[in-house]
Design a protein around this ligand. Sequence first.
Ligand code: ADP
Ligand code: MG
Length: 698
Amino acid sequence: MKNIPEYFGSLVFDDRVMKANLSDEVYRSLKKTIDEGARLDSKLADAVAGAMKDWAVSHGATHFTHWFQPLTGVTAEKHDSFIEKAPDGRVIMEFSGKELIQGEPDASSFPSGGLRATFEARGYTAWDPTSYAFIKDSTLYIPTAFCSYGGDALDKKTPLLRSMAALNVQAKRILKLFGQDDVKWVHTYVGPEQEYFLVDREMYNRRKDLIFTGRTLFGAKPPKGQEMDDHYFGTIKPRVKEFMEELNEELWKLGIFAKTEHNEVAPAQHELAPIFTTANQATDHNQLTMEVMQKVASRHGLVCLLHEKPFAGVNGSGKHNNWSIATDNGTNLLKPGETPHENAQFLLFLCAVIQAVDDYQDLLRLSVATAGNDHRLGANEAPPAVVSIFLGDELTAVLDAIETDAPYSGSEKKQLKLGVDVLPRFFRDTTDRNRTSPFAFTGNKFEFRMLGSSNSIACANIMLNSAVAESLRQYADELEKAENFESALHDLIQKVIREHKRIIFNGNGYDDAWIREATEKRGLLNLRTTPDCMPHLLDEKNVKMLTAHKVFSEAELRSRCEIMLENYCKTVNIEGLTMVSMTKKEILPAMEAYVGELASGAVAKKNVDPDLDCGYEKSLLRSLSALMLQIHNAADELEKALVHLKTLSGVEETAFAIRDGILPKMATLRVAADEAETLTAAKFWPFPTYEELLFGVR
Ligand code: ADP
Ligand code: MG
């Protein structure tokens, strides 16, 4: 398996395979569906299905599955074999167009936030031809959307595709105004950089918190953390290297463009970045990547932790969503151009993003909100919970000049009249190393950095695409009826800069002074936790925008808000219960055993010589006993509070009770238990420590 170009995508029913295995007519029709979203003639579906099956069977597949992304956060699949009964009592391998196009998984156990109850009990899956089918574990995987029979989206793919379609429509209106009539489609492209931790499987198995919640709920800080900065980009350890090699091979076979890998800031933390592709494929690929990472890790005696904050006190893991807009002829609309004409167009798209991020800060923030990510945002390691844009000095200077009609002192010192003919050429500022900005322009794309490592990237891209589509719609409405396009364009860009420049911030996002300035002077939102931001999904302006672009119906939004809050509540509830159980069954008994040993040691000493000093034992026994009582009480309080949650009525009320009641009680319990860990002899402590977990993979 060394010839990468040869085996890359060998398990994917991609363009190359389609061309080779389909008739010209079928191929052309399918291609039109893929590129332009044209409806696939159902007569052709049989031909595509047959070719897919023959190809899959020749690669060892026995089953097929519709593969979808319900609101659980992970993917779902149900396998059917290709076998059909033949008249002679034997079997043949069959796969029909109908089976390709639509499936009916028993959907009743997937979260629907009440949607299915009011409409129809069953759901169905529908083939998404814009993301290639692939083979995994002897099964042909068919990427699909998942809807209720009433047509309501029950998944993440459906609204993502709708948001891409909305942006396509509006961006083409704008491009037409710039004389680009020949653009067939505009897609958004995404390259998600994925962070993760690797820990030893044997140690992982001894920690209930990791097993049940994906993060450590206890653990004193090790003597060494990340302060030496010696892990970032450091030499990759042999065991990790072997993992990465196998991971790459698996991903490449699946046609995933795994490109860059390196050690991250925290010990045991790593990153993988793929080459960017369409937002839809990138989302599917990222889900697959997370799954394959976990599988490959376990083959190496490792566990891959995708939680946003597996360890307190060291950096958590995020996902940088690199996002751009490009046309079918390969023009990146977020790339500053070579000519003034191109630059005017670039500036308009830039403005669309600036306005979108300002107008829909809340949607972007809530698109990344989970119980796990709440531990990162605003904790001086990831961007703050306040959304702002980093543009870099050069672009900011260009915008300043346009805003005030002042001479631009950048690369060409002349007045910036935004008439299409006179806008100067400027050089893209590629110097962005401002890692503290939630939303940074990086030369020809934006990098949205608030995503958590375990998040599906679908939600963030749905909001981003929709919000930008809305800015573009407003611009197209205005410019299409303008008498003088150039002056209208100038005025529009100037107006957008004036109204939305408050969202631009090039300084240090980790600085407390920024948070004060952002909230007090600029009026930006600071939605710190999931319960704070999630209800904004139903704000009138948001419902209006998302329904106008047909990305969500109002019922879908209500259901999603409920599901996201429910997920938050369930997650923290499980964490709380796990803490209580670990305390009672492991920590307190371990401390008791140690206290027993200390006490009998002291007694033994006195037996040998009554004059021997037992001050050490006494002092430690006193501290430990006091801590044991504290821990016992804190666990008790937490347990009572968890029971009380069940008496609350709504999910919103429960979420706030968790934020204000449960999480602080968990923190109190943890402080006492972590102190106890530092006082208890290592051989008594019931599970592996941070030291062992973070430095245990060699
Ligand atoms: P870094 O952010 O570490 O400097 P790069 O900027 O080279 O790394 O790329 C990070 C990610 O951005 C990669 O996944 C890459 O494929 C993706 N990327 C690069 N160009 C684009 C683009 N035009 N649109 C979307 N993603 C892109
Ligand atoms: Mg990056």
